[in-house]
Structures are given as C-alpha cells and as structure tokens.
Design a protein around this ligand. Structure first.
Ligand SMILES: *[C@@H]1O[C@H](CO)[C@@H](O)[C@H](O)[C@H]1NC(C)=O
Ligand SMILES: *[C@@H]1O[C@H](CO)[C@@H](O)[C@H](O)[C@H]1NC(C)=O
Ligand SMILES: *[C@@H]1O[C@H](CO)[C@@H](O)[C@H](O)[C@H]1NC(C)=O
Ligand SMILES: *[C@@H]1O[C@H](CO)[C@@H](O)[C@H](O)[C@H]1NC(C)=O
Ligand SMILES: *[C@@H]1O[C@H](CO)[C@@H](O)[C@H](O)[C@H]1NC(C)=O
Length: 942
C-alpha cells in the first residue's frame, strides 16, 4: 500500500525544527555557544525582585535558590505562591563572550521555553513564542551586526494563568458549552500549549511555572556550507510497513534517516551511515544512504538492512534489549558537514485494533475487535502503570532520580508505562533509560480531559509541536504508541453529548479535525513504525482511508452494545469502596489502561513537606494537599471537595481493615496512612488478577496499566511510588502480582463462591503444582485441611489462565471463618520468551486467602522478630508465634530503595530472609539500625 495524503494535508517537515540538548554537535565552520548554566538574572520589575538565575530553570526554582521564597513544596505553598504565576519574569543573560568575528549567519536555538516569551537580543526584539513543547530557532544575524556592545539575551516570560484568561475572554476565541471542560484549579488551560497539569490536577499542585526549561544555544556558521543539527527523525521499519497494519516480519528493514538542521547545505550533499551494535561493536551496515533529498531544512536518506541481520530489541522479560548506534554524516564530496549519532534498536511494535476473525472466534475469543500490542509480531501481556510528571518543576528532575524510577519499574515486573498526556513529551534521557531497561512507553500528545480549539493558529502551533516531538523520539525502540490525548473520546465527548446535545455533532467534528485530520498524517509522515490512535480509551476504528478528509473513522460506540462483543480498552474508577473487591463489577474489555484508588503517602514522606504539628489525618494542611476532589477553580480553601476524597480513604479502611487506635498521635497517623495503602494495594491486586485472568477468557484481555506509577509531590494520590522514590504497599503488591505465573483466589463474598486460577503470560505452556494449606491464625492446621486438596497440578497455556479449584465457602469445613487462612503456593516450570540457552525456568508464587475481611479476623500476635546480618547485608523476619499478615518492613528517611519483597504473609514459625536494594543513601549506612517490622496485628496495638 502506498501512503498518500489528500491535498488538505500539510507537509510540515520543512518548517519544523527540533533538537536534543545532548552533546554539542561540533562541525566544520561552526561556532556553538552553550548559554546554559549560571550567569543569568531573573527579575520582575513589577515586584522589584532580581535574583541570580540559571538555565535550564523555572522562576520558582531560582527564587527558592536565592532564598526569596520557601520550598514551593512545603505546607500550603502551592496556594501561597500563586503570586509567582501571576507575574511576568524576565531571564537576562550575562554579556555573551566567544562570538565569532567572521560569522556568515547567527541563530538563537531554544530547546524549550515555558511558555509565552518575548525574546530580545542586544536590546532588539527578536520574536515571541507560545508553546512549551516546541524547539525554536531564530536568526539573529542582523541584530548581532547592529549590536554595539557585548550582547545579552533577555526572555520576558508572561503569566500563563493571566494569558490563558485573556485568550478565553477574547470574543474571537473559541467557546464551549458550560460544564464540559475539565477544570482542576486554574481555568482555561485548553487555550495554551503548556503542560496541562501545571494548572492543577487531582493528584498535584498548580504552580504554573515559567522559564527557559531547556537548554539555550547561540549558533554561528562561519562558512558558506554548514549545518547545525537541530533534530533527527530516524525511523526503522519493515519494508512496506503501515502504522495501523500488522508488519510482515519476513521483510527487510528500512532505515530512514532524516536530519533537521539550521545552516545551508551544498548543491548535492550526500549522506553516510554506520550502524554499530553497541555491545559487540560489530558493524551491521555502513556506506552511503540512497535517495537523499533535501526539503526545506531537512535532509533525508534511506538504506535497507536484511530481515534477519539485526539482533532484535525486546521489552524486559521477553528477551534482550539489543541496541545499535546509528551515525549519520552529511557530506559534500570528501568533506564532513555534520554528523549525528542516535542509539536505537530494531523491533516492530504494533497496536492491533483489527476486527476479530473467524479463526480467533474458533479459538474461543469473543467477537468484536482486537485491542492489544504486538512486539516483533508477538502478542504479549502488557503489565505496568501510568507515569505522570515526577515533579512540578522539570528542570530539577535528575537523570539519577529517573534511573531509580525506571529501575523500580523493572523491579516491579512492569514492561509498559503509559506516558500520560498532560505532562510534557518526555526528555530523551528518559526514553534512553526505557530503551536500556526494556520498558515500552505508550506516549501521548499533551491534550487531556478538555476540548481544544481548532482555529488555524492553534492548529499550526500544534502541528509544529507534534512534528518536532514525533521526530525527536522516533528512534527510541521503547516508543510503543502515539495517542492524541487522554479521556477525550471516553469522557469529554460523552459529557458534551449529555450537557450540550445540540452542539455534539459540531464538537465531534472539531475533535476529529484536531486529532485525526491534523495529527494522524503528521505522525504517519514522520514515522512508519508507530501506531496512532486519536485518544486513549477508545473502541478502535472502523476504517482507515488516508486520502479521506478524516483519515481514520473511529468506532466510538457504533455497534458496541451487542452482548458478548468487546472492542476496546477500559478506564475504570469507582470510589464506592463497598464494591472495591466485587470483581464481577470490574469492566470487561481487551485492555485496562487506567484504574485505581488513592491512598496516603508514608509518614516519612509527609515529613518532607509538612510541619510536625500538622501530622494528623484531618489537619488543614493534609486535607488541602489532597486535590481529589479538585476545587474546580482557583479556590485555595477547597475543604469540601478535599474532605470527600479524605472520606473515601477512611471509609474504605473502616470497611475492611482494623482501625488504628494508637495512643501516640503521630504513630496513629502513620498507621492510618499505612491502612489506606493496604486497601489501595489490595484493591489493585484484585483488579490486576481479574484483568490478567481475562487473557484466558473470551475478552482475551492483554494488558493492565494502573493509575499511577509515581508522585509529583507529597500528597494523597493514586501513586505506587512516593515523591522521593519510596515504594508504597502498592508497588510491592503490583510487583508480586505482575510475576509471569501467578495463582489467585477469586472470592465472591456475597455468594461464598471461591475459585482459584493460575494465570501465565509466558509464550509457551507451563506446568506445575499448587499447594493449599489451611491453618487458624495461630498457625494450627485445620483438620483434614478443611476438605481442600493438599495440592493440585496444572498446566497453563501461553498467555492463558486455568481454574484449578472451584468451591463455595459453605462447602469448606471451617470451624470459624474469622480464624482461618489458606496459604496457596505455586511452583511451575516453563520457558521465558527468547531465552538464548532455552533452559526451563522455575517460577514460584505465594498467595493467601481469608474467608473474612481483615477487620473481622481474630488476629494473634505473630511476635515478629527482626534481625540484620551485616555480613550478607540481609534482614531476617520471623513470625514466632502466629500467622503474620501484611508483614511490613519499614526503613527510615535518608535512604531510598526497596526490599526484595514486602507486605508479605508469613506462616506461623516461618522465617524470611531478604535484602534491601539501596538506590541512594544519605545516612552513611546507618539506616540499617532503624529498619522496623510490623504486621496487620500491630495496626491496632498502642
Ligand atoms: C509579560 O510577558 C508577555 C509574554 O512575553 C508579554 O506579552 C507581556 O507584554 C509582558 N508584560 C509585561 C508587563 O512585561
Ligand atoms: C554510541 O554513541 C554514543 C553517543 O555518540 C557514544 O557515547 C558511545 O560511545 C557509542 N557506543 C559505541 C559502542 O560506539
Ligand atoms: C529509493 O527509492 C526507490 C524509488 O522510490 C526505491 O525503489 C528504493 O527502494 C529506495 N531505496 C531505499 C534504500 O529505500
Ligand atoms: C470491522 O467490523 C466493522 C463492524 O464492526 C465493519 O464496519 C468494518 O468494515 C470491519 N472492518 C474491516 C477492515 O473489515
Ligand atoms: C456506524 O458506522 C457506520 C459505518 O461507518 C456509519 O454509517 C454509521 O453512521 C455509524 N453510526 C453511528 C451511530 O455512528
């Protein structure tokens, strides 16, 4: 098939430029001055403030560094510091040194300006900008020639809330019926191209920071032909591959290398390529590229690589992460003009939304449409979560911190993250970490829970942003998908239909104009390798016709009401905790891309941000840091909605768990925080087990990505990892339940039905045994094992599930359901995908079941004993006298890392030895002395 676009599509490549802030590309006849670093001034004339500045940065960070403000994350500073967002801030460089004496042309290159900027160079206005997500290049040759002294750059950043409000108030700007736009704190974010959660979200603060948040360069060309590399668009795909159709794995690879530059090329430039395996150093391919074309400021060429020649890149758990350096050089005869190296990998990744075939139906798959990913032509189960901005201020997000986060993702048995769409387009270093670790990144354009304008300037601005970012990250093998936005089809359009039925058709048309007519061709023109869908959570498409004005016809709800048919992915939240474990109420679909419930962070994390006297559950500071539910406006006294969210957590605990009642108020607060985490983890476990079991059910469910991986700050949220990297109970529990082969009880507490399933996401059948052992809570065996078999053997198919035990609590002979626990242990043998030695691996999994909720259990004191062995650096926990449920090892502030396991069950008398993986230690090793252990029993003791 030939990709062709109708005349209404724009060819954006030539006007769009982008680049990476990595190493300075040095090339012949070029002078590149890095303006990043110290030596800047940040000032507000209105407020009469002037402090030293830094690039990249945000005004909040520089004001904090200068001591003008307290830590923005402390207490209620997200409200107290609104004045920063309401003012303009000007960044002025020191006089620029090192300029060339014989430059032919000079440019300023900004890799990111947040967001509305007026740029002056040597006192002359150069340009204005209005998009945080674009790279900007401005010709300053004339301004430099006119400059009489050492020039400075000055960037006047406008107040984003004020500008957004002014656009909204303009009678010419697009308006929507009331009640449709998702407002969290500051309104009108849909008008501006800035990180949408900067205006508040239900898990984060609304700082709306401004500043030069990426690097700044001054580039000069000293010869007639020179090229400064701004961005690349490297695309590796199977010959003939089309984004929305399964690639043919027998085809050779096409390597399409495109470079965006500033400068001027000779008449007939050529391009060379070298593709080198970064482990072995072996050269896969070298030589000239074919079909070199120059269009505007981009030069492109291609080469082919034999189908079987490269080592494939696989996600974690499915094989190796083979990586290659691709070096492309632009040449003029024998002379190198510019050269750039990107690390990449060979893989295909495809989101299959094709109709279910007769053949699939004959295998027991329900009709409808597929909705799952395939890597290198293989179906797999996607396990993971949603990543949100790890900080409200991106310039302080360090590579070291993100390394710890991605290590925690892999340690958590997660192979995919959804890079949710109201953040930023992740920096390359994060895609690099994902490439190395085999974490697939379902990536989204920055549009979420709102309807967006479709006037031409807005569309042009979006187009530039899309092309820059699609090209910038396309070489990363971890890139798994592009989605237009979040919850627009599943939430915004249905809301519009309900609240403004008369405008619905129009609003759907508008939606399609932006997310399909505009964005889809821009993705397809710049990547043959990545699937696109207009919005996350959808029912797939009916057809794709690239020459139609709306090239993808979304299914929406068209025909999806037929019983037993499944079409899409699901997004599910239910804050009525009375049905939290009612798995029959969970959504049945092909893939679960969002679900969850919030919990409190740990005491250690609260202490980073909240004063000691505010450390109680309903203190104003704690309550107002809870943004679920949001204030729906700039109100800084959102007690009403925030209290509703607090109540959801307390009610859930009261419903299922022993209620903390410790004498020490801080200890009681800590126990409450922990209890909310137990509920959260149990609920996610219940959902994930259900979704994973769906891989062997008619819905053929092939993914669960929970909401949310990590925190942006210290607050009650859905996160599994707290702001500084500390794991909540959730991340440990998800790690456990995301193991390749798991055994899970499914209990309907109303009917008493109990069934136990083994679920596997291996790609071949696995065999094993499950043992069942009933005891009372003191550890005494229940006679005749309560009539339950001691063991069951099983075999479980590839990406499948099997029921190994099915009964009803009434049929089990239990003397007292409040004093009984079933320990379920699995041992299995199977093959991990793509293991080079092909040997069998052994898998184990332990689960447990109690026929009563934790609060009703007649718990006994397990008399936990903890010891540390400094030689082997391990901790040993022993349940000396009773069963220990939710055994929790806790570590002090000052160290970041994780235990190999946590919140686990110990049988009476059982000992467990485990390690703590240290990711960062500021205690000089002394943290080991402050590790403690507790269990469910301790929640209520004084
Ligand atoms: C604030 O910044 C914006 C964006 O650069 C600019 O348009 C506006 O004139 C500035 N206002 C003041 C008072 O400096
Ligand atoms: C791959 O490229 C990077 C960036 O240019 C470089 O630092 C690295 O040494 C290269 N690796 C190999 C094996 O050539
Ligand atoms: C170069 O273009 C020709 C004509 O479109 C095509 O047949 C050939 O495959 C291209 N070469 C590469 C390496 O893609
Ligand atoms: C898929 O099924 C839908 C009906 O649900 C139909 O309209 C569409 O044409 C089918 N697509 C293909 C490619 O067969
Ligand atoms: C369903 O899809 C068909 C085929 O594209 C279309 O003709 C019909 O109007 C759609 N119906 C609805 C309710 O969207």
């Amino acid at each position: 098939m030939n990709i062709q676009f109708s005349g209404t599509m724009h060819l954006w490549k030539q006007i769009l430029l982008g680049a990476l802030p990595s190493a300075l590309p040095s090339a012949l006849g070029q002078n590149v001055i890095d303006l990043s670093g110290d030596g800047w001034t940040v000032s507000s004339s209105a407020l009469n403030i002037s402090v030293p500045g830094h690039v990249p940065s945000h005004a909040h960070l520089d004001l904090f560094a200068a001591g003008v403000i307290d830590d923005p994350y402390h207490g209620l500073n997200d409200f107290n510091l609104r004045w920063i967002a309401n003012n303009n801030w000007t960044y002025t460089s020191k006089p620029i040194q090192g300029l060339s004496n014989d430059a032919k042309a000079s440019w300023l290159v900004f890799n990111g300006l947040d967001t509305f900027t007026t740029i002056e160079f040597c006192g002359q206005q150069i340009a204005t900008t209005d998009n945080q997500f674009r790279q900007y290049t401005f010709d300053i040759s004339d301004a430099l020639n006119n400059c009489k002294q050492s020039p400075t750059v000055s960037l006047n950043f406008g107040s984003c809330p004020n500008i957004a409000n002014a656009i909204a108030a303009d009678p010419n700007s697009q308006k929507w019926p009331p009640g449709i736009q998702g407002v969290f704190e500051l309104p009108n974010r849909e008008y501006i191209r800035k990180e949408q959660s900067d205006f508040g979200w239900d898990w984060g603060p609304a700082f709306s920071p401004v500043g030069p948040w990426q690097k700044v360069y001054l580039v000069q060309s000293e010869s007639e032909t020179s090229a400064y590399v701004l961005n690349t668009g490297f695309d590796i795909y199977r010959k003939g591959q089309i984004n929305h159709i399964a690639p043919d794995q027998s085809q050779p690879w096409v390597v399409n290398a495109s470079i965006d530059f500033v400068g001027s090329l000779p008449e007939r430039p050529s391009m060379d390529i070298e593709i080198k395996n970064i482990n072995s150093g072996e050269i896969l391919k070298s030589g000239a590229l074919d079909n070199v074309t120059v269009v505007g400021q981009a030069i492109t060429g291609q080469t082919m690589v034999d189908a079987e020649a490269p080592r494939l890149w696989w996600p974690t758990g499915m094989g190796n992460q083979s990586l290659y350096n691709v070096t492309v050089t632009i040449r003029n005869n024998e002379q190198d003009i510019a050269s750039v190296t990107k690390r990449t990998g060979f893989r295909t990744i495809f989101l299959d939304r094709s109709n279910i075939t007769e053949e699939q139906i004959s295998r027991g798959i329900a009709p409808g449409a597929n909705w799952h990913f395939e890597v290198n032509g293989r179906e797999f189960y996607a396990k993971g979560s949603n990543i949100i901005p790890p900080d409200a201020f991106w310039p302080r997000v360090t590579e070291a911190k993100m390394k710890r986060l991605f290590d925690a993702v892999v340690a958590g048995n997660q192979n995919m993250l959804r890079v949710w769409s109201s953040s930023i387009y992740l920096p390359d270093f994060m895609y690099d970490l994902a490439d190395e670790r085999g974490v697939l990144l379902w990536s989204e354009f920055q549009f979420s829970d709102a309807l967006y304008p479709t006037d031409q300037p807005f569309l042009d601005n979006v187009a530039a942003e899309v092309v820059y970012n699609v090209r910038r990250v396309n070489h990363h093998p971890s890139l798994a998908l592009w989605a237009g936005g979040n919850e627009i089809e599943s939430l915004e359009l249905p809301t519009a239909k309900k609240k403004a039925p008369g405008s619905y058709e129009f609003l759907v048309g508008d939606y399609e104009h932006l997310f399909i007519t505009l964005i889809l061709p821009l993705v397809y023109e710049n990547s043959r390798s990545i699937s696109y869908m207009p919005s996350s959570t959808n029912n797939g498409f009916l057809k794709v016709d690239l020459s139609a004005p709306v090239p993808m016809v979304e299914r929406y709800d068209n025909g999806t009401d037929q019983e037993g048919y499944y079409y899409g992915d699901t997004d599910y939240y239910n804050y009525d905790s009375s049905v939290a474990f009612d798995f029959e109420g969970y959504p049945v679909g092909r893939f679960a891309n969002e679900f969850g419930y919030h919990s409190m962070p740990s005491l250690q994390t609260w202490r980073q941000a909240v004063d000691e006297e505010d450390l109680y559950f309903n203190s104003s500071t704690i309550v107002l840091r809870n943004h679920h539910y949001p204030s729906n406006g700039p109100d800084t006294h959102n007690f009403k909605n925030a209290s509703m969210g607090m109540a959801e957590m307390t009610l859930a605990v009261e419903r299922y768990y022993p209620i903390p009642n410790k004498d020490d108020s801080i200890a009681n607060f800590s126990a409450w925080c922990h209890a909310t985490q137990l509920f959260q983890a149990d609920m996610y476990k219940s959902e994930i087990q259900f979704y994973r079991r769906g891989s062997g059910m008619p819905e053929r469910q092939l993914g669960s990505l929970y909401w949310q991986l990590e925190d942006i700050w210290q607050a009650p949220t859905w996160a599994g990892i707290e702001y500084d990297g500390r794991w909540k109970v959730l991340h440990y529990t998800a790690r456990d339940i995301y193991q390749p082969i798991i055994v899970s009880p499914f209990w309907n507490s109303s009917t008493g039905d109990l069934s136990v399933y083994v679920t596997s996401d291996l790609w071949e059948t696995a065999h094993g045994n499950v043992s069942f052992k009933w005891t009372d809570l003191s550890g005494k065996p229940i006679s005749s094992n309560a009539g339950t078999p001691d063991t069951e053997s099983f075999s479980v198919g590839a990406l499948n599930t099997t029921c190994i035990y099915d009964t009803n609590i009434a049929k089990i002979s239990l003397p007292n359901v409040k004093n009984a626990v079933l320990i379920i242990e699995l041992t299995a043998q199977g093959h991990l995908p793509n293991q080079e030695n092909g040997s069998l691996a052994t898998f184990t999994h332990r689960n447990y079941f109690t026929p009563s909720y934790p609060k009703d259990l007649e718990l006994k004191d397990p008399e936990l004993q903890l010891s540390h062995d400094s030689e082997s650096n391990t901790f040993t926990v022993e349940a000396q006298s009773a069963v220990s449920l939710y055994t929790w090892l806790d570590y002090p502030a000052g160290v970041v890392g994780y235990f190999e396991d946590n919140s686990f069950t110990l049988a009476a008398g059982e000992k467990r030895t485990l390690r703590f993986v240290v990711q960062k230690d500021e205690t000089g090793g002394r943290w080991v002395d402050d590790v403690t252990v507790r269990s469910l029993w301790d929640q209520t003791t004084s």
